[in-house]
Design a protein around this ligand. Structure first.
Ligand code: GDP
Length: 448
C-alpha cells in the first residue's frame, strides 16, 4: 500500500484525522525502537482510496524543552517513508512559529507535501486558511477532521500520490471476494423444471444424502463439486429450492403453492438462476421474480428450460430476449441461456455463465480507471442545469462489491434526473466490464 504521513505541531488534529481515516479498524502501534517508536500506523480508506497512514502524534506529551528536536527527527523519519505527507496546521489558531519551523524542514524533503488547514468548519476560519498560503507549500486544503468536512478535497489532493495500479487492485481484491463455493439458487414458477434440473445436476446419489422432505421450511444448502469442461473442479453450494425437498407427491402440491418460499433462497445466494418454461415463454410473474432478485442486488441469469421440446427455437429465443430487455430495462442484456433439465443439455454452459456472472458481480475497478471513464462520460453528455444552475459532478467511487455499488460526489447531485443516473449506470456496466449485473449508484453532496 502507498504510505501517507500526517505531520504538524501538537494539537492541530493529526490523531483525529488518523482515527477518521482508519475508522473502526484497529490501529497497530509500531514498537520499533528509536524515532519511530511514537508513531501509530493503520490501514486507511478515503472514498475508495486505500493507503497506509502514519500518525506522528506520539510526542505530544513531551516537555517543551526537547519538543522541537524530537519533532524534527520524528517528522523527517515519517516523511521519508511516505509517498505523500499531510502537513497539518490549525486554521482556528492561525499560523504559529512552530508551524513555520516545520514548513522549513519539509521544504528540504523530496516527498510531496499537502498542506491541510484543519478545524476549518464554518466560515470564520477563512482568513486563517488564507494565511496558511504564507507557508509556501501551495494551496491549503480546508478540512474539519472532527466533523468530516472537506474529505473530497483531501481525496483530490492526495489521489495523484496514492492511486494504486489497476492490476494490483484486480489481483488482490477479486480473488478474495469471489472465492469459496459459488452460492447458487434456482428459482422460478411451479413446473418450470427446477426439481428436474437440480436432480440432473446433483444426480440421484446426492439427493439421497440431501435433506429429508418436510423437515425444513428454512434455508438449506447442498455442497457439491462441479467437474467443469475446463478440467477444473469448482465447489458449488446450491441454496434451498423447493425442488430439493420434493419427495412425496402430497407434499409436492403444497410446495408448489409458493414461489415466495423459493425466493427466500435468494437472500443467501450470490447468483440466481431464474428458470423459465420454454413452452410457456416469459410471463408477468417471471418479471416480478426477476425484479425481486435484482432489487436484492443478486446477480441474475435467465435460463429457458425444456428447450428439447421448444417449438420454433430461434423465434422463441428472440421473443424472450426482447421481452426481457423491455421488462427489465434497468439491466438490458441479462444472460439468457437455453437448457434441458431432462437431457442435461446446456447445464455446463449455465454453470459457466454463473461463475462468470459472479466475477462481474464481485469486481472492483480502481478509482483512477473509474474516474478516467467518468470524466469522458460527463464530457460527452454533460449533466443538465435545472433552473439554470448546473449540477456539478466531481467524482465517482466504488464503495462496495457484491453487488457493485458506486457513490457519486458533486454539487446539487440530489437534483440529478433519473435519466442521467441511468446513463451513468449503463456506462459503468457496459464500459467497465460489469456486464448485466445490477449496479447501484447513490449520490452524495460533499459537506463543505
Ligand atoms: P418445478 O416445479 O419447477 O420443480 O418443476 P419440475 O421439475 O417438477 O418439472 C415440471 C415438469 O416439467 C415435469 O413433468 C418435468 O418432467 C418436466 N420437465 C422438466 N424439465 C424438462 C425439460 O428439460 N424438458 C422436458 N421436456 N420436460 C421437462
Amino acid at each position: 500500500l502507498p504510505v501517507v504521513a500526517i505531520v504538524g505541531r501538537p494539537n492541530v488534529g493529526k490523531s483525529t484525522l488518523f482515527n477518521r481515516l482508519v475508522g473502526k479498524k484497529l490501529a497497530l502501534v509500531d514498537d520499533r525502537p528509536g524515532v519511530t517508536r511514537d508513531r501509530r500506523e493503520g490501514d486507511a480508506t478515503l472514498i475508495g482510496l486505500e493507503f497506509r497512514i502514519i500518525d506522528t502524534a506520539g510526542f505530544e506529551t513531551d516537555d517543551a524543552e526537547t519538543l522541537p528536536g524530537r519533532m524534527r527527527a520524528q517528522t523527517q523519519a515519517a516523511v521519508r517513508d511516505a509517498d505523500v505527507a499531510l502537513f497539518m496546521v490549525d486554521a482556528r489558531a492561525g499560523v504559529m512559529p512552530l508551524d513555520e519551523q516545520v514548513a522549513n524542514w519539509l521544504r528540504g524533503e523530496d516527498t510531496p507535501i499537502v498542506l491541510i488547514a484543519n478545524k476549518a468548519e464554518g466560515k470564520s476560519t477563512e482568513s486563517a486558511v488564507m494565511e496558511a498560503y504564507s507557508l509556501g507549500l501551495g494551496d491549503p486544503v480546508p478540512l474539519s477532521a472532527e466533523h468530516g468536512e472537506g474529505l473530497v478535497d483531501l481525496f483530490e489532493a492526495i489521489r495523484p500520490y496514492v492511486e494504486r495500479d489497476e492490476e494490483e487492485v484486480e489481483e488482490g481484491e477479486e480473488d478474495e471476494e469471489a472465492s469459496g463455493p459459488l452460492k447458487l439458487a434456482i428459482v422460478g414458477r411451479p413446473n418450470a423444471g427446477k426439481s428436474t434440473l437440480i436432480n440432473k445436476i446433483l444426480g440421484e446419489q446426492r439427493l439421497i444424502t440431501g435433506p429429508e422432505a418436510g423437515i425444513t421450511r428454512d434455508s438449506i444448502a447442498v455442497d457439491w463439486t462441479w467437474n467443469a469442461p475446463d478440467g477444473n473442479a469448482y465447489p458449488i453450494r446450491l441454496i434451498d429450492t423447493a425442488g430439493m425437498r420434493k419427495r412425496a407427491k402430497v407434499q409436492d402440491k403444497l410446495e408448489k403453492l409458493s414461489v415466495a418460499d423459493g425466493l427466500r433462497a435468494v437472500d443467501f445466494a450470490e447468483v440466481v438462476v431464474l428458470l423459465l418454461d420454454a413452452t410457456l415463454g416469459l410471463e408477468a410473474q417471471d418479471l416480478r421474480i426477476a425484479d425481486k432478485v435484482l432489487q436484492e442486488g443478486r446477480a441474475l441469469i435467465i435460463a429457458l428450460n425444456k428447450w428439447d421440446v421448444a417449438a420454433d427455437p430461434p423465434k422463441l429465443f428472440q421473443g424472450v430476449r426482447a421481452a426481457l430487455d423491455e421488462g427489465l430495462a434497468q439491466v438490458r442484456g441479462l444472460p439468457l441461456l437455453t437448457v434441458s433439465a431432462e437431457t442435461g443439455r446446456g447445464i455446463d454452459q449455465l454453470l459457466i455463465a454463473a461463475h462468470e456472472t459472479r466475477e462481474a458481480w464481485s469486481k472492483r475497478v480502481s478509482t483512477g480507471q473509474l474516474n478516467r471513464w467518468f470524466e469522458r462520460a460527463i464530457e460527452a453528455n454533460p449533466p443538465p442545469a435545472p433552473g439554470g444552475r448546473r449540477i456539478k459532478l466531481r467524482y465517482l467511487t466504488q464503495a462496495r462489491t457484491r453487488p457493485p455499488s458506486f457513490v457519486l460526489f458533486g454539487t446539487r447531485v440530489d437534483q440529478l434526473p433519473e435519466s442521467y443516473r441511468r446513463y451513468l449506470v449503463n456506462g459503468i456496466r457496459k464500459e467497465l466490464g460489469f456486464g448485466a449485473v445490477p449496479v447501484r449508484l447513490t449520490v452524495r453532496a460533499p459537506k463543505n
